[in-house]
Design a protein around this ligand. Structure first.
Ligand code: GH3
Ligand code: MG
Ligand code: MG
Ligand code: MG
Length: 332
């Protein structure tokens, strides 16, 4: 008999205890109706450092999958009651092939069941009697692929987040605004709700850059962006950098008067930063001019594109009036 190790603790139980593998070791679910096959395989895998759960039926396998997370399944094809093929079908309804790889354990000469399993979403197969080094090599390959897929998904998610974020200020960018505005416009027209937009532009920013330097200008943009972003608003409202020293907000469901109040709070937030600006003719510190426009959309689809743009143009006209009127103010 072999020296006792963590794997020897499986005994006659159909569920092998987790053994001594570290918390972060890959978790493998082994399914085989033949108890001695199962235990030999489970024990050897545990010795390789995996966290192994061993079950003797498809039903137990599905129950385990409902309770715990696994990184890979080693699945016997021929089992009474529920065969490996059916377990595989059910697994694939819930998990993609890189999310949870499945290696089928098939009869050596049963090419039909191999083809069927691979077509049904098995990642790979090993034949009985199991050649352990081969099984191990395949397990490692699929665990690595799974890890790669997870890394890719995480990187993808990060890139996706960045693609909607302004690189300088960290607040939503123009793309984020465009998509949000378009979506909220359509919703407002479906639900007969008003919508408003707010355009903001930093006053005398060119003279600021000329006097204090471009880097100081960048710091101002960051602080202004943060002040605007931190101004309390409803969750459906979005504040974004529109480009250059211009910012924009969209307020779904807001009447023009609500939007005006919000715009006034945005203007005040920036004024309250008290960022020195000796070159401004409007104040001794950095200020914003703000234009507001609102309407009740009645169009979706193609026509909506035009109407959406027109609302922004109206906000831009109001912004122009705020500039003409002496800056550091809100106009509707
Ligand atoms: P007004 O009060 O009429 O808005 O005057 P203004 O000087 O702010 O207007 P103008 O459009 O002439 O100037 C905008 C300036 O914003 C010019 C440009 O150098 C500066 N700017 C745009 N984007 C950035 C940026 O990312 N960083 C810095 N530092 N400056 C920027
Ligand atoms: Mg079997
Ligand atoms: Mg400008
Ligand atoms: Mg400006």
């Amino acid at each position: 008999p072999e020296a006792s190790g963590p794997g020897d603790a499986t005994g006659a139980s159909s569920d092998a205890p987790p053994g001594e593998a570290p918390e972060d070791a890959p978790r493998i679910l082994v399914v085989d109706d033949n108890r001695s096959n199962l235990e030999i395989l489970a024990r050897r895998l545990e010795r390789e450092g995996y966290r192994v759960s061993a079950v003797t039926s498809g039903f137990h396998a599905l129950a385990r999958l409902g309770d715990e997370n696994f990184d890979l399944i080693l699945l016997d094809v021929v089992m009474p009651d529920m065969d490996g093929q059916e377990v595989l079908d059910r697994v694939r309804r819930k998990y993609g092939p890189t999310e949870l790889p499945v290696i089928m354990v098939t009869g050596l000469y049963n090419s039909d069941s191999i083809v069927q399993a691979l077509n049904a979403g098995a990642n790979d197969y090993v034949t009985k009697p199991v050649d352990f080094p081969v099984a191990l090599a395949r397990i490692r390959t699929h665990l690595q692929l799974g890890e790669l897929a997870r890394d890719l998904a995480a990187a993808n998610e990060r890139l996706f987040r960045y693609s909607y974020m302004d690189g300088l200020t960290g607040i939503p960018n123009r793309r984020h605004f465009d998509e949000h505005y378009s979506r909220e416009w359509d919703r407002a027209s479906r639900e007969s709700l008003p919508i408003a937009v707010v355009l903001m532009d930093i006053d005398y920013f060119k003279p600021f850059n000329d006097h204090y330097g471009h880097e100081a200008g960048d710091r101002v943009l960051k602080e202004v962006g943060r002040a605007l972003d931190e101004t309390p608003r409803r969750s459906s409202d979005l504040v974004a950098r529109y480009g250059g020293e211009e910012f924009v907000a969209v307020l779904p469901g807001a009447e023009q008067s609500d939007a005006r109040d919000f715009a006034e709070r945005l203007r005040t937030s920036v004024e309250a930063l008290g960022l020195e600006h000796s070159q401004s003719e409007a104040a001794a510190h950095v200020t914003l001019s703000v234009g507001v426009a609102g309407e009740r959309p009645v169009t979706g689809g193609d026509e909506a594109d035009d109407r959406r743009r027109q609302l922004l143009l109206r906000a831009d006209e109001a912004l122009y009036e705020a500039k003409e009127g002496g800056r550091n103010q809100v106009r509707c």
